[in-house]
Design a protein. Structure first.
Length: 301
């Protein structure tokens, strides 16, 4: 196959199909008809000798070959978009571009809105995509190009990754105010241990709170665990339970949920918060712009 014989516009269709999982949504995104997208898909299948996308009950699912091609195709298209910024320094350079930021939902809850507003000011028409990740899988996600940037508590040891320290975080507690005595503004360690606990964890049964209690010869009873910080208002309301989570998330959740924010009575270590990226993206001005926006809006608790 010679590149001279390939219509490179097909690559835009491939990217849209992979990201939208729907021919109709891809057509809407590209401003063409659905029949034009279907025709382009037939040509893409001929070019790559693969089905690329198969119909499922929930739309179009990429094949293994399509998933292998996606980061290569998107990187090539982004290089083309980047070349246009070299001759057109206006804000229009961001139209059609997206940057995927990997983070857990505690950071998304605390900083997502501020980052959206900063991007609207500094890089109008750029689309942010938030995707879930955490320190145990972030290096893989970056190297597989499923995300462009990541905010986590470490995990950037891979030699092809760069990182920037944004600050450090601590922990606070959330409870239903109805479970507190009138005027109560803190709980002591005895009450903390006596209450049931909600654990937010990506899969483990033991959290930093359990480690801190064990060092004092104590333990707690976890009544339930969840992978989502956003679920806490619904799980804590009407209960006597307490959740110990990063301070930035606790403050944001308390501000909109009616839950009460309390200092953690257990001394827990603070942790580094870092921004990471593939070193190879250092030259992409759009990724650099989002990195700068993250640094400008990030004020960890």
């Amino acid at each position: 196959m010679n590149i001279a014989t390939v219509d490179l516009n097909l690559l835009k269709v491939f990217e849209a199909l992979h990201e939208e999982s729907s021919a109709s949504r891809a057509a809407l995104r590209l401003g063409v008809t659905q029949s034009a997208v279907s025709a382009a898909l037939r040509r893409l299948r001929d070019v790559y000798g693969d089905q690329l996308f198969v119909r499922t009950g929930r739309g179009l699912a990429p094949t293994l070959k399509a998933n292998q091609l996606k980061p290569v195709v998107s990187e090539a298209l982004n290089k083309c978009r980047q070349s246009l910024t070299m001759v057109d320094p206006t804000t229009q350079q961001y139209e059609g571009r997206s940057v995927t930021v990997g983070l857990s939902d505690d950071f998304e809850i605390a900083y997502g809105r501020r980052l959206i507003e900063e991007i609207a000011r500094s890089a109008p028409k750029l689309r942010l995509i938030f995707r879930q990740t955490h320190s145990q899988i972030v290096a893989r996600d970056l190297m597989e190009r499923s995300i462009d940037l990541a905010i986590t508590a470490g995990g950037f040891a891979e030699r092809l990754l760069s990182r920037q320290v944004l600050g450090e975080g601590g922990y606070a507690c959330l409870v239903d105010p109805a479970s507190l005595a009138t005027g109560q503004q803190q709980i002591d360690l005895q009450e903390f241990v006596a209450r049931e606990h909600l654990l937010v964890s990506s899969g483990g049964f033991i959290g930093i709170t359990d480690e801190g209690l064990a060092a004092l010869g104590l333990s707690r009873r976890v009544c339930a665990s969840t992978t989502h910080f956003a679920a806490l208002p619904y799980l804590l309301k009407g209960s006597q339970a307490v959740a110990t989570i990063p301070t930035h998330a606790a403050e944001s959740i308390a501000a909109i949920s009616g839950l009460t924010l309390l200092p953690c009575p257990l001394p827990l270590p603070r942790y580094p918060i870092e921004l990471g990226w593939r070193t190879s993206t250092q030259i992409d001005p759009v990724v650099v712009k989002v990195r700068e926006a993250i640094a400008a809006t990030f004020t960890p608790g």
